[in-house]
Design a protein around this ligand. Structure first.
Ligand SMILES: *Cc1c(COP(=O)(O)O)cnc(C)c1O
Length: 410
């Protein structure tokens, strides 16, 4: 089955109650059983079933199964937000004194989170790019994970997943990737060796910009040896399922960052059109970047463009598709604002992966709390506009940006 067919007819797509073609919204907190014995079994994971929506819910389960299948993972755990997914994917394996190696081009919220983790004794060591050469010297006995974004948002660095996975595995460390911007449409990171995939499913998976959510998917291949990861002693017996079992029965359920059933439903509906949306979004993004680059005084960056340092990797790893983010350098902050304010269709909003084209000035918004150095390291320039390209007709989109660029000449 290819991508779009799998979205509609994969083995995770079940016949739901009464033959419903999409999973009904199980908008309920608790599930009752005939006998006390039955509920006991559910609580002990000895019988399938749901007890309480913070711990499991049929609509959420339907969403988790679909994402897990699409990524080729063993299973998935849905969270209240992408940030919750990023946080819990790491807290599931870390303890005080541990270190994580991460790319400095991360999403601003993730950088903020990593400074919060300091208070809990977790140190994050940054490299400019997640490459074998840069992470190699930082690996120590304390390193418990390497974390990176497949396509950096908004720096647009691309990770060679195969090369980095092979290296970190040789050091006994798992590779956790945030694949939000790449989406399963561009790449399934498990096929290239990544161990854990997280998504802000608020973005391209939902696709309509109508609910916040995140998801953690486990490939099930990394063995968390209890001498290096003491918390896994208790979960050894789960074998391949150890990471997921620990997450579900531990930090995820106890922190309470569960996904609401209604949002899970909206995600399932949204993700069924992910292939179609991504196809149009990638094409629009490329055409828009090419069009912008025809003008003097502005320049566009897009990973799939000829001449981009990652173009070859994009060809090899993503089949030439560059995702939905284009960045535009306008020459100064004032010119960036002028261009953004002149746009008719593109909305000025802090989100990506919507069907609508959105623009934002990252330096003065998402990175407003970062230091100048952090901004530089994240590839955020003062004259940079991030465009999250939507599914509008290509010609309309190009015309809108063209008239906005003309306004700079006034
Ligand atoms: C948006 C985003 C997040 C955070 O997700 P939320 O759903 O907003 O909590 C994490 N990583 C990346 C790459 C993102 O774009």
């Amino acid at each position: 089955m290819q991508f779009n067919t799998k979205l509609l007819h994969g083995k995770s797509v079940r016949r739901y109650a009464e033959g419903a073609t999409v999973p009904p919204i199980s908008q309920v907190s608790a599930f009752s059983y005939e006998t006390a014995e039955e509920l006991e079994k559910v609580f002990e994971n000895k019988a399938p079933g749901f007890a309480y929506t913070r711990i499991g819910n049929p609509s959420v389960d339907a969403f988790e199964r679909r994402v897990a299948e699409l990524e080729g993972g063993l299973g998935a755990v849905a969270c209240a937000s992408g940030m919750s997914a990023v946080t819990l994917s790491l807290l599931n394996i870390l303890q005080a004194g541990d270190e994580v190696i991460a790319g400095s081009g991360l999403f601003g919220g993730t950088i903020d989170l990593f400074s919060d983790l300091k208070a809990f004794g977790v140190t994050v060591r940054y490299v400019k790019h997640i490459t074998v050469k840069e992470i190699g010297p930082l690996v120590t006995e304390k390193t418990k994970a390497v974390f990176g974004e497949v396509i950096g948002n908004p720096g647009l660095d691309v990770i060679d997943i195969r090369a980095v996975s092979d290296f970190v595995h040789s050091k006994g460390i798992p590779f956790i990737v945030d694949s939000t911007t790449a989406t399963p449409y561009l790449v399934q990171p498990f096929t290239l060796g990544a161990d854990i995939v997280v998504h802000s499913s608020s973005k391209y998976i939902n696709g309509g910009g109508n609910s916040i959510s995140g998801i953690i998917v486990d490939g099930g291949r990394f063995r968390f040896a209890p001498d290096r990861y003491p918390g896994f002693e208790k979960y050894k017996k789960y074998g391949k399922l150890a990471y997921l079992a620990k997450l579900r029965n531990g930090i995820w359920r106890n922190m309470g960052g569960c996904l609401a059933p209604f949002n899970a439903f909206l995600n399932v509906i949204g993700m069924e059109t992910m292939g179609l949306r991504m196809e149009r979004i990638c094409e629009n993004a490329k055409q828009l970047a090419l069009a912008v680059n025809k003008f003097e005084g502005v320049s566009a960056d897009y990973p799939a463009l000829y001449g981009n340092p990652y173009a070859e990797l994009v060809e090899k790893q993503f089949g030439g598709r560059g995702g939905g983010i284009v960045t535009i350098r306008a020459g100064s902050k004032e010119r960036a604002y002028k261009l953004m304010n002149a746009l008719k269709y593109a909305l000025n909003a802090t989100n990506i992966g919507d069907v609508r084209t959105l623009v934002i000035h990252p330096a003065s918004t998402i990175y407003v709390h970062s230091t100048q150095q952090e901004r530089e390291d994240a590839g955020v320039a003062d004259d940079m506009i991030r465009v999250s390209v939507g599914i509008e007709d290509t010609q309309d989109l190009i015309e809108d940006f063209t008239q906005a660029i003309f306004s700079l000449y006034d």
